[in-house]
Design a protein. Structure first.
Length: 387
């Protein structure tokens, strides 16, 4: 159990009730979870967002503005990750149970109406049992409503002298900007390779060839059917998008395999934060749990380049180049009849790979073999292909 300390240099917020005068012997405060609708120390008001109306509790003892995760999920309230998360404590100093006691997400700026008053609010997503929304001290300070505690009505002061509209004539000088052709700096002798750097080249399904990947199985063993891993709605959405993308590329296909391995969605991080895609959704990488398949696979002994040898060759070299092979494993096809062994199970169905996926025990050896064969004529020139 963690308790806040004045010596700890970290942001901590509490869910608590304010102290107030009571009869001798009565408790001086209650936790927010114990408070009940209708008590004079609280006001419950309707809050309208779009065509939905929610019950919002005004609580001057809460050190934040909150919305229940179940409400946010049910009504698809748009949200984002907070730039800086913080710990959420109850009145007794214990951590909130939701998301390991940390507030990681907040809503987008929401246009809402409260008793005829319009404004925009941002709500932290946290477990607030028994309430849809809690408006705490941050909202009371920023909105600054007048509260009639008897009638439980709110009102807002109007400006005595509203500013008059002012119009100004502004003259702009507009001229056409000269945009430089990005290929202008490319040496003419390299222009014939432009097609190699186009996005579509990477998304084309490769042809079958001598480097097709096979999965030899040890005698007496066979691939098995495994249980699906649980996913929250955010990861399930990311999984669906990744499946649709690879289906369009032709990298995977629907399967009727007797085997099937589970998948996990791992966040793509940058500078300590999860990356966001063009649609505003968190980015995840699909990872396949092929451990049981790898255990029963006959290992390929093809050697990988020794790091010490590669460093030694580079130290004497005058020229150094690196070839970027995006989704390099997808340049290798699965051998015909071997696709069913790569089958993976998801909440969206059973699929199998037509290209070599990551996570297979012999994948590095197959990829290195292909590189060494293609670049064989350069190996006597102190070239060290390394995946």
């Amino acid at each position: 159990m963690e308790t806040p300390s004045s010596q700890q240099n970290q942001q901590v917020k509490k869910l608590r009730r304010p102290s107030k005068l009571r009869h001798r012997g009565a408790p001086t405060h209650k936790t927010l979870y114990e408070a009940k609708t209708g008590q004079r120390s609280q006001i419950e008001i309707p809050l309208q967002y779009g065509n939905k109306t929610f019950k919002a509790m005004i609580d001057s003892g809460a050190e934040g503005n909150f919305i229940s995760p179940s409400v946010a999920e049910k009504y698809r309230i748009p949200w984002r990750y907070k730039l800086k998360s913080y710990k959420l404590l109850t009145v007794d100093g214990s951590l909130s149970k939701y998301e390991n006691g940390r507030v990681l997400r907040e809503t987008e700026e929401l246009p809402v109406q409260i008793q005829g008053h319009s404004e925009k609010v941002i709500l932290d997503i946290a477990d607030i049992s028994g309430h849809d929304i809690i408006l705490g001290m941050p909202w009371l300070c920023s909105s600054n409503p007048r509260i009639n505690w008897k009638t439980q009505k709110l009102s807002w002061d109007q400006l005595e002298n509203p500013p008059e509209k002012e119009f100004r004539e502004i003259c702009y000088l507009i001229r056409e900007a000269r945009v430089m052709d990005p290929t202008a700096k490319v040496p003419p002798e390299y222009l014939r390779f432009k097609r190699l750097f186009k996005e579509r080249t990477r998304e084309e399904l490769p042809d079958h060839n001598q480097w097709d990947h096979r999965i030899p199985i040890k005698e007496g063993h066979h691939p098995k059917l495994h249980q699906i891993y649980h996913m929250n709605p955010e990861k399930a959405k990311a999984l669906w998008k990744s499946l649709q993308r690879d289906l369009e590329r032709g990298y995977i296909q629907e399967s009727e395999s007797p085997a099937g391995y589970p998948v996990m969605m791992v966040p793509k991080m940058k500078d300590g934060k999860i990356r966001i895609d063009k649609d505003g959704d968190p980015m995840y990488r699909r990872v396949h749990d092929y451990r049981q398949l790898n255990d029963i696979t006959v290992k390929n002994g093809y050697p990988l380049t020794l790091m010490d040898t590669m460093k030694e060759n580079i130290s004497r070299a005058k020229w150094f180049t690196a070839l970027d092979l995006p989704d390099g494993y997808y340049l290798v096809r699965m051998a015909k009849g071997e696709e069913w062994k790569t089958a993976f199970r998801t909440i969206h169905g059973l699929y199998e790979y037509k290209v070599m996926p990551q996570g297979l025990t012999n994948a590095p050896a197959s990829f290195q073999h292909m590189l060494m064969t293609i670049l064989r004529k350069f190996l006597d020139k102190n070239m060290s292909p390394k995946y």
